[in-house]
Design a binder for this molecule. Structure first.
Ligand code: ZN
Length: 422
């Protein structure tokens, strides 16, 4: 391997580090206070974009005598945040639909009358890859401005192969044009396409036989997702889809039990899903199944807020059973038009009762796990990508409990800061 510039070592020191599991109040610990000072001040060495060592500054300087040393000036350091559930690639505008909901219409009724996901499908089918990228870039920029370094992007507004692939191409392009890691998910069963109305089984069959193999063969997405609910796909249909996806080597995720209990969490667990997401109507059996499978509960409190739901996900039961909990924006044009991971954390704390520690854990380590990336990112440890967020806050709780501030000082992505750190 050539010893080019990328092989140079940088040592970052003088920050107050928060990393999941380090303060003794990790996931499942309930209302533990996040450690104000993180670890004792230590340093980390980065090479080739990855963290190669942690330790005292003097030790690392001895080990890497030619390293450039960068002082983080006492700022709070966290792993770069991971938004593990988004639909940031789409065209069209659904603000009129949100107005209809404000006037009292239910989301399910709007969806059944051709609004909801299907109105975004109509707009997205007419958009080029370049247009989809241009529309998504400001959404990505907003997330990056809040310390996000990895974004999951779902397809699911095409519901036919060409548009689904264009969406996944656009997702990939976002990772080329911006300093961010994109994890792509094929959401082939987001809604029933209009041309299959009354014939959902035929659409499911087509996804299994034609679309999924094409997506897998093209390497367009690592993971497969579906929407299991009364107005979406049934548990039996999702079972067929998951069987096909797993046979192709894909991991699965599920929009589960959001508006009604369809046994989605149990189904997801049976297929060792990376995650089951939403979960407002998940029962004890679903929680127990997820605890056994190790699937992550991805909580989407911004969707809960925008849908003005009243049924809370079973947070206490998830916590008791030791189910890992992640938090994400669910950024989408209709039910969660939110491009703020900090707002999602705030809603998770205030609406769902997560502790500050759980919120931070939920956008780092557990979010990584929900994407199958827990060996790569979401923690500050040797071997991990050096994806960090450097914050102008005194206490980690400020990241969760304040809204509308701009606390990010800088991001480091793959070891490189977005801007001068001092
Ligand atoms: Zn979603």
């Amino acid at each position: 391997m050539s010893r080019g510039k990328s092989e140079a070592v940088r040592i970052y020191s003088g920050g107050r580090v928060w990393s999941p599991g380090r303060s003794g109040a990790g996931a499942g610990a309930g209302a533990g206070a996040a450690a104000a000072d993180g670890w004792p001040i230590r340093a980390l060495a980065e090479q080739g974009g990855r963290i190669v060592a942690l330790g005292a500054l003097a030790e690392l300087q001895q080990q890497y005598s030619n390293a450039e040393c960068i002082d983080l000036c006492g700022r709070l350091i966290t792993p770069g945040f991971i938004d593990c559930h988004t639909h940031v690639v789409y065209a069209g505008d659904r603000s009129a639909e949100i107005e209809r909901r404000l006037a009292g219409e239910r989301y399910e009724d709007i969806a059944r009358s051709g609004g909801g996901i299907l109105s975004t499908v109509a707009a997205t089918r007419t958009a080029t890859v370049a247009e989809l990228v241009q529309l998504a870039l400001p959404r990505v920029a907003a997330l990056l401005a809040e310390g996000v370094t990895t974004i999951e992007v779902k397809s699911g507004y095409g519901l036919e192969l060409d548009t689904e692939i264009r969406m996944l191409q656009a997702a990939r392009e976002l990772g080329v044009q911006r300093r961010v890691n994109i994890s792509s998910t094929y959401l082939g069963a987001h809604a029933l396409p209009p041309d299959y109305r009354g014939n959902a089984d035929a659409y499911v069959e087509r996804v299994c036989k034609e679309f999924l193999p094409a997506i897998a063969a093209g390497g367009w997405a690592r993971n497969f997702d579906a929407y299991c609910d009364a107005h979406a796909f049934s548990a039996a249909q999702v079972e067929k889809l998951f069987t096909a996806a797993r046979a192709l080597g894909m991991r699965v995720k599920l929009h589960a039990d959001q508006l009604s209990n369809q046994g989605g969490a149990v189904l997801a667990a049976r297929f060792e899903a990376l995650s089951a997401d939403h979960l407002e109507f998940t029962d004890e059996a679903g929680v127990a199944a997820m605890a056994r499978s190790g699937s992550v509960a991805v909580l989407l409190p911004a969707a809960y807020y925008f849908l003005r739901q009243t049924q809370l996900p079973p947070i206490a039961a998830l916590r008791r059973a030791g189910v890992p909990m992640a938090v994400a924006t669910d950024c989408n044009p209709g039910t969660s038009p939110v491009v703020s991971i900090l707002a999602a954390m705030n809603f998770a704390a205030l609406e769902f009762g997560l502790s500050v520690e759980e919120c931070l854990d939920g956008v780092t380590r557990q979010a990584a796990r929900a994407l199958g990336l827990q060996q790569e990112c979401g923690s500050i440890a040797p071997g991990y990508w050096c994806d960090l967020a450097v914050w102008n806050v005194t206490h980690p709780a400020e990241l969760v409990l304040s809204l509308g501030h701009h606390p990010l000082h800088a991001r480091l992505w793959r070891g490189q800061p977005d801007r001068a750190l001092v």
